[in-house]
Write a protein that binds this ligand. Structure first.
Ligand code: SF4
Ligand code: SF4
Length: 220
């Protein structure tokens, strides 16, 4: 009754990978150090009237030749350095993320709806059992896939942290947010926040990830 990934690699070929803004920075750096092609584009963004930028709250990493650039055989090359949260939570993934803006109180926050992906053959096989268990015990997924469930929780905590920090800047008058403005230049939200919260890389342990990446390249 426990989910066990068979390392089939299907989830690394199924679709582009959604990333939080700091993950786009990490993965771009890792790909560069490893000599891999990396392509990504901003997902959701909001316009800041003060800086004149659309601040990107999420990114999408494109597949390269039908698979993730970090996939080698069926294995993830960055598993021991930094694996994106959505890869760690897979097959329990956000089906929809809504970013909400409260201009009166100067708050921006997200609501995410999670579900199981049928791209995963294990979920396909367990589908009936899961439907039955979830009917009687809605909290069953936390028992069935504790690591994936925790990773999803971490993803939402970090998303929420970034939006809370941004909302604070809004209330201080450092930013002034509105809906995405077509044509305005894009700025990664994480990189924007670091200018105002220099401890953020340490809080998100990005400094440790970069150290691991340096060690990896030094050993090659
Ligand atoms: S980062 Fe790793 S786990 Fe995620 S899609 Fe790429 S190869 Fe798969
Ligand atoms: S599709 Fe499922 S079983 Fe296959 S690697 Fe991804 S999580 Fe594991």
């Amino acid at each position: 009754m426990r989910f066990k990934c068979t390392l089939c690699g299907e989830c690394c070929k199924a679709s582009p990978v959604s990333l939080l803004p700091h993950e786009d920075v990490i993965l771009r750096e890792l790909a560069e150090r490893m000599g891999l092609v990396y392509k990504s584009y901003p997902g959701y963004s909001m316009y800041d009237r003060v800086s004149g930028y659309n601040l990107a709250f999420s990114y999408v990493m494109d597949l390269i030749d039908g698979k993730c650039t970090f996939l080698s055989g069926n294995l993830c090359m960055i598993h021991n350095i930094y694996k994106p949260l959505i890869c760690r939570s897979f097959p329990y993934i956000p089906r929809q993320v809504r970013y909400n803006i409260d201009s009166y109180n100067r708050v921006v926050y997200a609501t995410a709806e999670y579900g199981l992906s049928l791209v995963c053959p294990v979920i396909k096989d367990d589908k009936r059992m899961l439907e039955k268990m979830l009917e009687t015990n809605p909290g069953f997924l936390a028992e069935y896939m504790p690591s994936e469930y925790d990773a999803a929780g971490e993803m939402e905590r970090i998303r929420s942290l970034m939006l809370t920090l941004l909302s604070t800047l809004w209330r201080l008058g450092i930013v002034d947010l509105e809906s995405h403005r077509p044509g305005a230049p894009v700025y990664n939200l994480y990189l924007f926040l670091v200018k105002h919260y220099p401890d953020l890389p340490h809080i998100l342990r990005i400094d440790q990830v970069m150290k691991k990446a340096e060690e990896l390249v030094a050993h090659e």
